[in-house]
Write a protein that binds this ligand. Structure first.
Ligand code: GLN
Length: 263
């Protein structure tokens, strides 16, 4: 059988790389290589004109409002191609500032900035910033998703957009529980995963990494089956974090509001 390959487009790593977001690219690279899948990593920089025609997974990290805006202007120029990629089932993983760009708009100060309208959501702002560790239960990962959030934006999903998951600890999209007392985190739309979870996301959450790889393989080769890996260390780290946070043993930083922990 010829070697399978997947192409990953890492969008603007020089601008959007908060809290180790680029570690997610290393994770994808290694998890592919360990399985004999050829990883092709294409960094898209500011001067480049991105093309998504042969991309399997696009990744966009988080950053400051200023950096986000520069990136958004670049991506608006190729928005139709990115939209076609998403509608065709291309895998797009977007973290925090990158996640906010997926929607119709986001607020910078009082200014409403146009987003990419790839997913039916929008982002406004609130005070205080939502900062701290986060644990999310999601159908796309066998383990709870763990990581770190720090955002002034509050993201609101349209009625047909599924949240990535339920917040077990932390704030999530807007920090506000719904009528059932549940806070939601992130979004799922086709093969788009949007989330506020930095950390970096994928090394801390191998289930999410494998979800992205499996969807990309399915789209490219018609078979998303993944050979299992020995994830003992990753799973022990993930479990240790869940245990510390859910048992209340972690010392939260000064910014985190009391009562952030909900079950
Ligand atoms: N600038 C955005 C906000 O504060 C995103 C920050 C981030 O990527 N962590 O809401």
């Amino acid at each position: 059988m010829s070697t399978r390959r997947l192409k990953v487009a890492h969008l603007y790593p020089e601008l959007l790389n908060l809290y180790g977001d680029s570690g997610s690219i290393l994770c994808l690279r290694r998890r592919m290589a360990w399985r004999g899948i050829d990883p092709v990593i294409d960094e898209v920089h500011l001067g480049d004109t991105p093309s998504f025609c042969d991309v399997d997974i696009a990744f966009i990290g988080g950053g400051s409002d200023r950096e986000q805006r520069i990136v958004c202007e670049r991506l608006l120029a190729c928005r139709d191609e990115l939209h076609a990629f998403v509608e065709d089932g291309g895998v797009l993983v977007a973290v925090c500032g990158g996640y906010q760009l997926l929607g119709h708009s986001y607020l910078m100060g009082d200014e409403k900035v146009q987003g990419l309208s790839l997913v039916d959501l929008y982002t406004d702002r609130g005070s205080p910033r939502l900062i701290g560790n986060v644990v999310v239960k999601s159908r796309i990962s066998p383990q709870p998703i763990v990581g770190y959030e720090n955002h002034g934006g509050r993201t609101h999903l349209g009625p047909d957009v599924e949240p990535l998951g339920r917040v077990l600890y932390g704030h999530g999209n807007d920090g506000v529980p719904d009528e059932a007392g549940v806070r939601h985190e992130g979004c799922l739309y086709k093969n788009v995963v949007g989330t506020y979870v930095h950390g970096p996301l994928l090394p801390k959450n191998p289930g999410v990494a494998d979800y992205a790889l499996s969807r990309a393989l399915e789209r490219r080769y018609g078979d998303g089956t993944l050979e299992p890996l020995d994830d003992a260390e990753e799973l022990a780290a993930n479990a240790a974090m869940v245990e510390r946070l859910m048992s209340g043993k972690v010392l939260e930083d000064d910014h985190e509001r009391p009562g952030a922990r909900i079950r």
